[in-house]
Design a protein. Sequence first.
Length: 308
Amino acid sequence: MRLTHVTLLAAIAVSALLTGCETTGGQTKTTIYDMHRRIVKLDKDLGGSVNQLNATSATLNERVNDMDTQTRDLRSLLEENQKKLDELKGDMARLFKAMNLSQGVLYDPTKNIQPGPVVIEPPAQTPGAAPMPGAAPMPGAAPAVPGALPMPSAQNELLDSAPVPTGVGAAGQPAPAPVAAADPNVLYAQADSSYQSSDYKTALERFDAFLAQYPTSDKAQNALFWKAKCQLNLQNYADSVKSFEELRSKYPNSTKVPFAMHNQAVAHSRLNQTQEAIRLMQAVIDQFPMSPVADQAKSDLMKLKGAQ
């Protein structure tokens, strides 16, 4: 009886042991299968991400190549535009030179003012012009205008500028006798001839008469310019400033404007209005760098600043 019970207990134990091993093995298989499934899914997901990254990288490389091509094209276009701009500047310089040569102005665009000590020689005395201080009057020279300011010293002397008059008169020849001119061309030629003969007083009267009779003439701007020059030569500096200012206001596109600004600056300097003279000289340089008078303005600007 006791043996039978022992045998039964042993059989139950073996059965339990076998059942437990079978259960543990099933759980292990399930765990392994689940892990395998997850690894497969992860590999699949990673493969898709890698493919997407490769495609994005290829697209970026293609765009970079396109940008490099566009950059080269833009650089080539910029170089071509710069070349055209340089050619245009050259054409403008030649055109400006031709325009001024047509008025009798000699201009060398290669001229360059080098910095250094400024040595100013006293200007040669012009027949009929007011004498310099301390100099004996020249025979036939016009007397100094009463109340006019004294001329500046030779160290600070600024010479006026102007395109050469295009009239028929010649310097040193007597002006023709005045006539009652109904033709504006005749009256202008008489005034121009008087100016070239250095008879600035008569020329001033004739230019005034021309402007009064023919204010809308195509020669009116030139007449106003030479009127202002007559006033400058006669040492009527304040009137000269007003006339040059009137020219610049009425005819802002005239080729005489840079000359008017320079001469107005000279008149201001002789009125001891140095700051205004400096401002106008700098304006000539900035606004009309290709003008024949720009180099003279640079030199005069150094003189004005050195005299302060």
